[in-house]
Design a protein around this ligand. Structure first.
Ligand code: TA6
Length: 301
């Protein structure tokens, strides 16, 4: 896999629209800028770090204290959780949310599309046995279309000889004016596992989700659009998705964010995670040779 910046720019750069650069030793990113939006994505984890529609505010939150070190998860942006969500079911000493988000992905495609949006795609090849906790073979690709909406397609292809079970998520940190003043709708009536209360199964009462404490919920049977209503920024962020049965809603609030140490002072106030996933009992079974697409579209209204 080639990570030489000059080679990447020669093979995949697009004048003034797609440019590869390093931001620290062994940490390379790609910056995208087109008529509709700008974005940046790290090659580690194929991790989108920013997306700003032209003339708008950043939609994706990044911690002021985020570290950009090889092999270390980035706090903010869109971490790719794969091939498991949360703790590994059999070995909690393995990295939370799997290994894809700290692996180095290869760039496989860039294209300036006819509607002046930009497509960029990355791949991670997993050979059976080269990661603890997941002795299977698969190819993972992520395709981004950067425009005044953000479309993401996370594709798992089973390249092995036996069926595989995959938990996956786009663990997206959305930027908000003040988490105490936003609401999230689209989860009415959904059952959820309350990770702040021993993962007890509860049911979302009719009405929007609001925040006044640490919130960490895995909503199940949640396939509808979610909308983050943010009066402070006078905007609504719509989260549409396909092939995702779970939605995780997370804000660490005060104590947990102080314990985590990398959200920045009061950083928790300006973020909320709404994660399109297949987690807990919603994990997906993929037969040999088959593919699974987890697809989302983020748009600002
Ligand atoms: O998606 C919510 C969650 O599972 C929380 O429990 C919290 O752990 C968060 O992910 C962040 O996880 P990370 O491994 O990125 O620190």
């Amino acid at each position: 896999m080639n990570t030489d910046i000059a080679v990447l720019n020669s093979c995949f750069g697009i004048d003034d629209q797609v440019v590869f650069k390093t931001i620290s030793e062994h940490f390379s990113i790609v910056e995208i800028d087109n008529a509709h939006a700008s974005a940046s994505i790290s090659l580690q984890g194929a991790h989108l770090m920013s997306w700003v529609p032209k003339g708008g505010e950043p939609v994706i939150w990044m911690s002021q204290e985020a570290s950009f070190e090889s092999g270390k998860p980035i706090r903010g942006g869109i971490p790719v959780c794969w091939p498991w969500f949360g703790d590994h079911s059999a070995n909690s000493s393995l990295p939370a949310h799997g290994f894809a988000r700290t692996a180095l992905w290869e760039v496989i495609q860039t294209e300036a599309l006819k509607d002046d949006t930009t497509l960029i795609a990355f791949r991670l090849i997993q050979e059976g046995g080269n990661h603890d906790g997941w002795p299977y073979s698969a190819e993972l690709e992520i395709h981004f279309i950067i425009g005044d909406s953000l479309k993401i397609d996370l594709v798992t292809r089973n390249t092995g000889k036996s069926a595989i079970t995959v938990g996956d998520a786009l663990h997206t940190y959305f930027a908000v004016s003040d988490v105490r003043n936003i609401t999230i709708n689209g989860l009415d009536g959904c059952p959820y596992l309350d990770k702040v209360d021993g993962s007890e199964q509860k049911k979302q009462q009719v009405g929007d989700v609001q925040f006044d404490q640490e919130t960490d919920r895995i909503y199940l049977e949640s396939t509808e659009d979610c909308v983050i209503d943010d009066p402070g920024l006078k905007r609504r962020i719509r989260i549409s998705k396909l092939n995702s049965e779970s939605t995780i809603v997370w804000n660490p609030w005060i104590e947990k964010s102080e314990r985590m140490g990398d959200l920045g002072k009061d950083g928790y106030l300006n973020m909320v995670c709404v994660e399109s996933a297949n987690a807990a009992d919603d994990v997906v079974l993929i037969a040999p040779g088959e593919k699974h697409h987890l697809w989302v579209r983020y748009s600002v209204e």
